[in-house]
Design a binder for this molecule. Structure first.
Ligand code: DAH
Length: 351
C-alpha cells in the first residue's frame, strides 16, 4: 500500500465516519459507532495499524492523515456524546414532567371562633378607655370564687351558682376548689396584688353545673371588669358601660340601668340596651320588650374592698360582668348557645 492510497483511505474513512455520526439518533447507536471506528478492532484503529506496512520514509503523509482522522473522530465523538446525552435527559424530563400549571390542593385555613372574636372585640373596646386585659385561673379556690366576694358559706347567694367542685384539694392545704363559676374572683386577686388605681378587664372561661338548653351551657365565657380609684362614682360606671355599648352595637344605642342583686356590689344593677335590631320597637331578638339585658354591674361592695386591704373610705370602684356567647348571639342572631361548642364546621365556618 502506498502512502497516497493510505491517506485517501483514511480521508474516506473519516468522511464516512463523520456522516454516520451525524445521522446517529441515540446513545446505544453512538456506542456501536465508537466500537466500530475507534474501538480496539475498529476500522480506524486497524487502518492506523496497517500503516506499519508502508516503508517508514514514506509514511509521513499517511501518518499525519491518520492522526488527524483519529483526533477529528474523537473530538466529534465527544461532542456528539454530549449532544445525545442532553437530548436523552431532555426527553426524560419531558416524560416525567410535572404540570405545575394544574391548580394545587387548596390549603384549608381556619378562622377565629366566634367567642374568641367577640372577646377580642370587647377587650379592645375597654382598652380604648384605659382598661388592661388580665387573665386568671379556671380552677379556683372557694375563697376567691365566693368568700372574698361577700358570699360566705351557707349564704343563700351561693344558690345562684350551680357549682362544679374539684375533688383534689390537697395541693392547697385542703382548701376547697372548684371550676370558677364566674370571672369575678379575679377582682380580689388583682386588688391583692395591686395598689389603686385599678382598671382591668378579665376575659375567661367559666363553668356551672347546668342542664343545657338554648340559652344555658355548662361551660361559657365571661368578661369581668373592675375599676377602683379615689372618687369613682356610679356616674363613671354608667358612662363607661354606655360608651362600651355604643362601640360594640352602634352609636345610636341607649342604655337602661335597673336594680339587681349581686353580693359583691352595692348598689347592684343590670344593664340593658335598646334593641339594635328593631331600635326599641319590639322584635324577636328583644322578645318584644325593646330592651336587651347585656350585663350585671354595680359599685364594689365595701366588704370586698376591705377584704383585700383597701380602705373603703378612701377608695370606691365599680365592677361588671357579661357573657360573651350571649353577646355574640345578639350580634350574629345565633339562636342556640350549644352551637358554640358542638364543633360543627357548618356553624363555625360562618364567622
Ligand atoms: N359574676 C356575675 C355572674 O356571673 C356577673 C357580675 C355581676 C359581675 C355584677 C360583676 C358585677 O362584676 O358587678 O353572674
Amino acid at each position: 500500500m502506498t502512502t497516497k492510497d493510505a491517506t485517501s483511505n483514511l480521508r474516506e474513512l473519516q468522511a464516512q465516519a463523520m456522516s454516520e455520526l451525524g445521522a446517529l439518533r441515540d446513545l446505544s447507536h453512538l456506542e456501536e459507532w465508537r466500537v466500530s471506528y475507534l474501538g480496539r478492532k475498529g476500522k480506524l484503529t486497524q487502518t492506523l495499524r496497517s500503516l506499519g506496512e508502508i516503508p517508514p520514509e514514506q509514511r509521513r503523509e499517511a501518518g499525519m492523515a491518520g492522526n488527524e482522522a483519529k483526533q477529528a473522530l474523537e473530538i466529534a465523538y465527544g461532542l456528539r456524546l454530549k449532544e445525545l446525552e442532553e437530548a436523552a435527559l431532555a426527553a426524560k424530563l419531558q416524560q416525567e414532567r410535572l404540570d405545575i400549571t394544574l391548580p394545587g390542593w387548596p390549603v384549608l385555613s381556619g378562622s377565629l371562633h366566634p367567642t374568641t372574636s367577640i372577646v377580642r372585640e370587647v377587650c379592645a373596646a375597654f382598652a380604648t378607655m384605659g382598661f388592661q386585659v388580665v387573665e386568671g385561673p379556671e380552677v379556683e379556690l372557694d375563697g376567691y370564687n365566693f368568700e372574698k366576694l361577700n358570699i360566705p358559706k351557707d349564704h343563700p347567694a351561693r344558690d345562684m351558682w350551680n357549682t362544679l367542685w374539684v375533688d383534689h384539694t390537697d395541693a392547697n392545704g385542703g382548701r376547697p376548689m372548684l371550676l370558677r363559676t364566674h370571672t369575678s374572683p379575679m377582682q380580689a386577686r388583682i386588688m391583692e396584688k395591686t395598689k389603686p388605681p385599678v382598671r382591668v378587664v378579665v376575659p375567661g372561661k367559666c363553668y356551672r353545673y347546668e342542664a343545657t338548653d338554648a340559652t344555658h351551657e355548662w361551660h361559657f365565657t365571661q368578661v369581668e371588669g373592675l375599676a377602683v380609684d379615689k372618687g369613682i362614682t356610679l356616674a363613671d360606671l354608667k358612662g363607661t358601660l354606655y360608651e362600651f355599648a355604643r362601640i360594640l352595637f352602634g352609636q345610636d344605642r341607649k342604655v337602661r340601668f335597673r336594680c339587681d342583686y349581686f353580693p359583691f356590689v352595692e348598689p347592684g344593677a343590670e344593664m340593658s340596651m335598646d334593641c339594635f335590631l328593631c331600635e326599641g320597637k319590639g322584635c324577636r331578638v328583644c322578645k318584644h320588650t325593646g330592651w336587651i339585658e347585656i350585663l350585671g354591674a354595680g359599685m364594689v361592695h365595701p366588704k370586698v374592698l376591705e377584704g383585700v386591704g383597701y380602705d373603703s373610705n378612701t377608695y370606691t370602684g365599680f365592677a361588671f360582668g357579661m357573657g360573651m356567647e350571649r353577646m355574640a348571639m345578639l350580634k350574629h342572631g345565633i339562636e342556640d348557645i350549644r352551637l358554640f361548642y358542638a364543633n360543627d364546621l357548618r356553624f363555625l365556618k360562618q364567622f
